[in-house]
Design a protein around this ligand. Sequence first.
Ligand code: PMP
Length: 362
Amino acid sequence: MSNRAYNFNAGPAALPLEVLERAQAEFVDFHGTGMSIMEMSHRGAVYEAVHNEAASRLLNLFGNPSGYQVLFLQGGASTQFAMLPMNLLTEGKTAGYVKSGSWATKALKEAKLIGETFVAASSEEDKYMSLPDVSNLRLPENAAYLHLTSNETIEGTQFREFPDTGSVPLIADMSSDILCRPFDLTQFGMVYAGAQKNLGPSGVTVVIAREELLRESPKHLPTMFRYDTHAENNSLYNTPPSFSIYMVNEVLKWIEEQGALEGIEKKNQDKANLLYQAIDASGGFYRGCVHPESRSTMNVTFRLASEELEKLFVKESEKEGFVGLKGHRSVGGLRASIYNAVPKSSIQALVDFMGQFQKNHG
Ligand code: PMP
């Protein structure tokens, strides 16, 4: 299909064309049932098979470590900012937060509403243009968990390595880089992500956690806010976002076809290199926002000499079929979100456009 935009949206974001086409093919009549997957009962065998398949594919991509469970929840990653401390930050405990940018700060803000917290590391002084050092964190004995944001979507930073937190559960918001590369899930007590970047459409939030962390919900918590409710009911306590989960399953199949997480990582590295090299080779016309060692392979942030020139860049890029290159409203500048499903051809087209723009305005 040739009329697809060069989609650099930050989320909801590009989905693999193959997935959209497969979903389209079975949209009206799912596997001969005479109805769409979104028209059928979530208690029926046909839907439940899809639901369970999505959860097992996800664990399978991480090598099926024992003792982990997948939850499909609603309310976005933003709801996890609150649900996590509601369930795990109990009386007498404190929770550590790595303050690496806008999303980490939002997560911390919610936790403060629930209980005691501390900032374990921060790069606020550097305006979050680099990542804080997390190699030698001292965590108190009563730490409920350490929370970090693996990829800061707005600033464009990404952790390459994760801290060893010993017996304190490490918990990560992976909303903008889950499944972009392999990692050892057993380093983490829990990871969570809104689906709308690397996993599928909006509407479902994935939580992958060690089972025991899903069994600690304090008694007073209302039913829907308790991890144990969803864990004990296979995320079917109430009506799940069935169509979104079906789409996640299709995206997971596509990831398997790309050579699983190893294959995806290679492609992502290649794509990110192409774009960062174009920025670095522009003689300062384009300037990467983030210190090179903290750069994200998912959200590439860069600036031009003036805001006027940046506005012109966005305007001219839109005319050429590029979408989503304006930086987040809170930081300005430019941002290309190059998640798993953004093809290298879109990035090559962007690099070509950037070269042309520099020729015209440099
Ligand atoms: N965390 C990160 C890292 C994000 O990028 C986002 C969304 N851009 C969120 C959390 C919030 O996600 P949601 O909109 O699903 O609540």
